[in-house]
Design a protein around this ligand. Structure first.
Ligand SMILES: [Ca+2]
Length: 388
């Protein structure tokens, strides 16, 4: 793999038109200033293309903004993601694209990745073990996930698809851990919830699984790739006492590994079932402060969910309009992280006014006012962790 630099001058020779599919009627000729780096695979020079097409591109903002996207039933919506590329480009939004193992080599995926690259929209590959393997990576499927990532890296590099980041969505098994755990939390049975997690503890096994992810990270880094872990905010509650019991119990090895970014899901909607008070920006701020404290510049926050209707468990949706989301982007920044992700592209498209949701380039970074729900949540998980 090598790279060439394409200048805006070369691009201007293409009759002022954008050569890829984004919007053939748009003019080319300005954009990324330094030009666009394109990969060359197998010695064949990949062609050159735009350094951005003319349009109302948002000013550079103080945070890196990304959307999770492409997680549709049977992952059949790459065409919709492709149609959203102009939106993503003009709002300077990266896409963390759901890529199940079943889609490796898929022509629609390849076309989307090529067009995203040509349009200057960053794509990170959110690798999922589908249809078999457990869906999200965690300790139990570390071997299968590592094989999948290596397969994707080989395919992407061979085809010159321009992807250079893997998103590792470290989540506990839904069936074996999270559903029973949350059922106890929702019922107010904290002792039972803690006991359920305690039964999962196995420090020696956790260390072995963590070693597998360390090996995977070494592989990625040695091949010029980077990795972003996105995971439960509870990992931050785990870290206060210096041990990794909560991560062990949840089967998600996160801390102590060489991630390039580590982002924490503070999906306010998911707290509504068991937190008696109203959750808000203060909880986002609290976790953001800890992401900064424990992970420095690598720390990030994932916000969600944005979608029409109700949440997955018939929850109410917190992000009913753009200012609420912008409030929580501001809370993330006030906690001093600059990697902000939102779930999801499809949800925002479903809500309408996508430019309003995504085009914001400045937000209030004042710390939000204290809210009782924050103390409730943090105390709950500190307490569970210290009781393991
Ligand atoms: Ca702990």
């Amino acid at each position: 793999m090598t790279e060439i630099l394409v200048s805006a001058t070369m691009e201007e020779k293409i009759n002022g038109r954008c050569p890829y599919l984004i919007d053939p009627n748009e003019s080319c000729g300005y954009g990324r200033g330094m030009g666009l780096r394109l990969p060359i695979g197998r010695g064949i020079a990949a062609l050159v293309l735009l350094a951005g097409c003319r349009g109302d591109i948002s000013p550079v903002r103080a945070w890196h903004q990304a959307l999770y996207g492409g997680e549709c039933p049977l992952f059949d919506c790459y065409g919709n993601v492709e149609r959203a590329l102009p939106l993503l480009r003009r709002t300077r939004t990266s896409i963390y694209l759901a890529v199940p193992t079943a889609k490796f080599g898929d022509p629609a995926l390849k076309k989307l990745l090529q067009n995203a690259w040509a349009s200057g929209v960053e794509v990170r590959a959110w690798i999922l073990l589908f249809p078999v393997g457990g869906y999200w990576p965690n300790g139990s499927n570390a071997d299968a996930f590592s094989r999948a990532v290596k397969d994707f890296v080989r395919w992407s590099d061979t085809e010159g698809l321009g992807v250079k980041w893997i998103v590792v969505d470290l989540e506990p098994s839904l069936e074996n851990i999270m559903l029973p755990f949350y059922e106890e939390l929702i019922g107010g049975n904290i002792t039972a919830a803690t006991a359920l997690l305690r039964n999962n503890l196995d420090p020696a096994d956790h260390a072995v699984k963590k070693g597998k992810y360390a090996d995977l990270l070494s592989f990625l880094h040695s091949n010029g790739w980077k990795a972003l872990a996105v995971t439960e905010a509870m990992v931050l509650d785990d870290m206060k006492d210096g041990d990794q019991k909560l991560q062990d119990a949840l089967d998600i090895p996160v801390s102590g590994l060489d991630w390039d970014n580590v982002s924490f899901m503070v999906y306010l909607t998911n707290y509504l079932d068991y937190v008696p008070q109203k959750v808000g920006a203060d909880l986002v701020y609290s976790y953001s402060l800890d992401a900064r404290e424990y992970f420095g510049d690598r720390g990030g926050i994932a916000l969600g969910v944005v979608k029409p209707g109700k949440g997955a468990g018939d929850q109410d949706i917190v992000y009913t309009d753009p200012p609420v989301l912008h409030r929580d982007i501001g809370a993330s920044l006030a906690g001093d992280v600059s990697e902000v992700q939102i779930f999801s592209l499809e949800g925002i498209l479903g809500m309408g006014d996508a430019d309003e949701w995504l085009g914001k380039t400045s937000v209030s970074e004042s710390p939000p006012k204290k809210e009782p729900a924050t103390q409730f949540v943090r105390d709950l998980f500190f307490s569970i962790d210290s009781s393991l």
